[in-house]
Design a protein around this ligand. Sequence first.
Ligand code: CAA
Length: 392
Amino acid sequence: MTTVAGTPAQDDDEALILEMVRDLVAEKVAPRAAEIDATGEFPWDIQKLFAQNDLFGIPFPAEYGGLGGTFRTYVKVVEEVAKACASSALIIAVQELGMLPIMIGGTEEQKHRWLPKIASGEWVAAYALTETGSGSDAAGSMRLRATKDGDDYVLDGTKIWITQGNIANVVTVFAVTDPEKGPGGISAFVVEQGTPGFSVGKLEKKMGIRGSPTVELVFENCRVPAANRLGPEGDGFKIAMKVLDKSRPGIAAQALGIATGALEYATNYLKERIAFGKPLAQQQGLQFMLADMKTDVEAARLLLYEAARKCDEGADDITTWAAMAKLRCGDVAMSVTTDAVQLLGGFGYSTEYPVERMMRDAKITQIYEGTQQIQRLVIARSMVGKWRPPSN
Ligand code: CAA
């Protein structure tokens, strides 16, 4: 029987960090959440608050400027922030997403060059995989080309849906170096803001996570030193997938936090609101809804913490567990927030109450970092393998 507990020292550190995060969220993040959603502006004050309190480098080694904490602590921090503000939680999750390719594929020199600035929050990081024709089919439809030219690569093409791409100091870009080799012809490059030929295109207008900018990135004759390539040429897709194995639990944590926040709000509302002579919370039909929501949230939490524990241990089935955690937490976030809106009735549909924002924010957790359908595909492939046509 496996458990989600850590060592006593890890548990003590984690308890202190979470207590600090709960205070920060209550004092600084929760009061800003509605405004961040309404204005759709990136909350630099919250980004700086997280940097000052060392929340960006939690699961990364101290030698690269991280805190050397556990992955489990990291997901719990994202969850705590997401209870109040999904856009703010995403700042931490995307910084981790942007840091992971360097951590996984970088040389010692590359890690020392970039990670300390990202871990401290001095620099913002982003991850650029998706293209117009290449979302779920990330490898098969990738078109952005990187052509070797002397000591450089020249990047040409466009990425879309890049979270924080417009504010990132450093972006890992996945590009085709050999179109004949399929996934084995993709390589990863770190591109710094200000590199000639690298620009920001369209800013998306979105249903939720409105405080988190999502943009198009354009590369036109963009020259990147070969020294910025992560890993050997052709290793880019595997790096991208290994990153998602560790970043999907962060999105699961965001989803779980949103669900927990909505459930807490709806429960308190039902205790206060009187109808038919007693609090709504005492109506059995609504109690049954609350009980189902609570059970779904706690089951999702156990799955996520177990996935995080496997990340900490470097387990070989992390791909499957990350996908299961993201699948279940995302679906629970959607159903619980939808029910929370229902429980508040007309007030739930009003922007004066937070649950409609939570419902809009929940939706993206079923789409980004791999749709729920892709998570199912990943899980099923771990059970039955990927089918390949027989070669004659
Ligand atoms: N770890 C290591 N290697 C892996 C891997 C993993 N988790 N997954 C696949 N690979 C390897 C395979 O072993 C294979 O290598 P070999 O040929 O040597 O065996 C190679 O990569 C190709 O793998 P597949 O044949 O499985 O590739 P595929 O084309 O069938 O696609 C997929 C696999 C799972 C569908 C993948 O394309 C995928 O995950 N798609 C979804 C993309 C996604 O999640 N995008 C999110 C963008 S980021 C984002 O959303 C961030 C944000 O905004 C916040």
